[in-house]
Write a protein that binds this ligand. Structure first.
Ligand code: SF4
Length: 327
C-alpha cells in the first residue's frame, strides 16, 4: 500500500531531472558522483557540460587528470572527480567500456560506496536494491519514529534493513526515486509538509521536525593558513598540491616569512571537515628560483587553472579589488 501511494505520488509530482530521463549507466554514474555532496540545482549545469565534454567512459578514461579537474572546477570535493576518472579507466580496462549489470562489479569501482553502487544499480538497471541517502534516511527515520541516531552503526543498520524491506520485487528505479523525491519535496528537513504527504497514514513520527537524530557534533577547531601573494610581470606564483587534500589542484604558495612582517591583502574563512580555516594572503617578494611544484600563471589565465576553491575565491577577490600595487 505504502509503495503504491508513494509511486503514484511520484508519477504525479516527481521532478523531470535529466538523469531521470536516461538509462545510460555512464550518465547515471556521473550524476551520482556529482550529487554526492552538491545540490540538484548546482549539478544541473555541470552535468550537462560534463556530458558534452566527456560523453562516455572512453572519453573520460582517456582525458588527463588536469583536464578532468578543470572541467569539475566549481563543484568542489575534487576527490569525486578523481574517483570518477579512475572509475572510467577501470570500466575501460576491466569491462571493455560497458558497465556490467552486477552490484558487486559496480561496488568495486573507485569512489563507489554502498549508496552509490545501489543507486547506479537501481537507476541504470532497475535493480531492486536498497539505497540510503540523506533524503531517504530522513523519510525512513520519521516513518519509524526512530529514536536511534542515524549515524551510529545500529541506526544505520535499521535504516538499511527498512529500505530493503520496503523494496518491491521489481521496479527499484521508480521506488527509490520516489522515496528520495519525497524527502526532497515533502518530508523536508525543517518543515515537513505532512498534510500533503502521500504516506502519512503509515508515518509514526510524533515530532517529525526533530528527526532524524544524529550524534552530537564535534567541536569546530580554528586553523590558520597563511599564503603568499607573489607577482612578477602580471603573473602570479601558484603551487600545485601533492598531498591528499587538493591533490593536483593549484593554490597560493605557503608564506615562508613570518606573517607579522608582511602586508595582509585579504583574509577569508572556509570550513574544512570540523575545522574553520582562516586563509590569510600576504604580499611577498619573488625569490630568484621557484620550487618544482610552483609555476607562474598570467593573471588573465587564472580562471583556466584548476584551483582549490577557497584559493580561487581569494585570488579573484584580490584581483577584483585591484588593491595590489605589484600587479
Ligand atoms: S507524514 Fe510527515 S514526517 Fe511522515 S513521512 Fe510524511 S512528510 Fe515525513
Amino acid at each position: 500500500m505504502l509503495r503504491q501511494q508513494l509511486t503514484r505520488w511520484f508519477r504525479a509530482h516527481g521532478r523531470d531531472l535529466p538523469w531521470r530521463r536516461t538509462r545510460d549507466p555512464y550518465a547515471i554514474m556521473v550524476s551520482e558522483f556529482m550529487l554526492q555532496q552538491t545540490q540538484v540545482v548546482t549539478v544541473l549545469d555541470f552535468y550537462a557540460r560534463w556530458l558534452l565534454r566527456f560523453p562516455d567512459f572512453q572519453t573520460l578514461a582517456a582525458a588527463s587528470e588536469a583536464n578532468v579537474l578543470h572541467v569539475w572546477q566549481g563543484l568542489g570535493y575534487y576527490s569525486r572527480a578523481r574517483n570518477l576518472h579512475r572509475a572510467a579507466q577501470h570500466v575501460m580496462e576491466r569491462h571493455g567500456g560497458t558497465l556490467p549489470d552486477d552490484l558487486a562489479a559496480i561496488a568495486a569501482l573507485p569512489g563507489v560506496g554502498r549508496y552509490t553502487a545501489g543507486a547506479i544499480a537501481s537507476f541504470a538497471f532497475d535493480r531492486a536494491t536498497p539505497i540510503i541517502d540523506a533524503n531517504i534516511a530522513r523519510v525512513l527515520a520519521r516513518l519509524l519514529d526512530l529514536r536511534e541516531p542515524i549515524d551510529t552503526a545500529r541506526g544505520s543498520a535499521i535504516l538499511w534493513e527498512t529500505a530493503a524491506a520496503l523494496l518491491p520485487i521489481r521496479g527499484g528505479r521508480l521506488h527509490n526515486s520516489a522515496l528520495m523525491e519525497l524527502g526532497a519535496l515533502v518530508c523536508t528537513p525543517r518543515t515537513p509538509m505532512c498534510p500533503q504527504c502521500p504516506v502519512r497514514a503509515h508515518c509514526r513520527a510524533e515530532n517529525p521536525a526533530a528527526l532524524p537524530l544524529k550524534k552530537p557534533r564535534r567541536k569546530t577547531i580554528a586553523l590558520a593558513e597563511d599564503c603568499a601573494w607573489v607577482m612578477r610581470d602580471r603573473r602570479l606564483l601558484l603551487a600545485q598540491q601533492t598531498g591528499p587534500r587538493w591533490r593536483g589542484l593549484w593554490k597560493l604558495p605557503a608564506l615562508m616569512a613570518p606573517a607579522r612582517a608582511a602586508k595582509l591583502l585579504l583574509a577569508l574563512d572556509y570550513p574544512f571537515t570540523h575545522h574553520r580555516v582562516t586563509l590569510s594572503v600576504f604580499v611577498a617578494a619573488a625569490s630568484k628560483k621557484i620550487a618544482p611544484h610552483q609555476r607562474w600563471v598570467a593573471v588573465g589565465a587564472i580562471e583556466t587553472i584548476a584551483l582549490a576553491a577557497p584559493h580561487k575565491r581569494a585570488i579573484l577577490r584580490i584581483l577584483a579589488t585591484a588593491r595590489v600595487a605589484p600587479i
